[in-house]
Design a protein around this ligand. Structure first.
Ligand SMILES: [Zn+2]
Length: 168
């Protein structure tokens, strides 16, 4: 392993000479031995590898605890809630298309998330199951319509431009 240079690194001779080193305590209380005399503060090997508290907590959690938090979040915001024109969460924060509206806070009743979910499930059930061929046909029809729309817009523009030219 390559040696890393560090400001507080001391030579072997200095390390053996006890008058040139001192023991310091880290903020967590662990004693770090053999710090050079001009060291003022020290962070021990455990504190340097410590993760931010939130991340550390989530790593210590069991799978079920993590799932529980996930579910709590889920019940508050149904999937796709950002696409709803209006959504009010259980704290009565109002969102228009996923953007919070601070002025409207508390002025509306919370959206019934469960009813949205059941409605969606019903819609999914009632949706006719299409075969591959039918799906393909639908797609083509859509594309054709888009193409026609585009062509119309182009023609319209041409006509308008021609009119403008005539006026000139
Ligand atoms: Zn420490």
């Amino acid at each position: 392993m390559r040696k890393k240079n560090h400001i507080s690194r001391i030579s072997r001779e200095e390390l053996l000479d006890k008058s040139k080193t001192k023991d310091l305590s880290c903020k967590c209380g662990r004693i770090v031995k053999h710090c050079s005399n001009n060291t003022e503060e020290v962070t021990c090997h455990i504190c340097t590898t410590l993760l931010p508290k939130e991340l550390n907590d989530s790593l210590l959690m069991t799978k079920e605890e993590r799932q529980k938090i996930k579910n709590e979040k889920k019940s508050k915001f149904p999937p796709g809630w950002k696409l709803l024109s209006e959504f009010v969460d259980s704290d009565r924060n109002v969102y228009y298309r996923g953007i919070i509206q601070p002025r409207l806070k508390g002025k509306k009743e919370p959206t019934d998330v469960q009813s949205i979910l059941t409605k969606r499930a019903e819609n999914r059930k009632n949706k006719p199951k299409l075969s591959k061929k039918e799906k393909q046909e639908l797609k083509e029809q859509k594309l054709l319509k888009q193409h026609e729309k585009k062509q119309k817009a182009i023609e319209e523009k041409k006509r308008r431009d021609a009119k403008k030219l005539k006026k000139l």
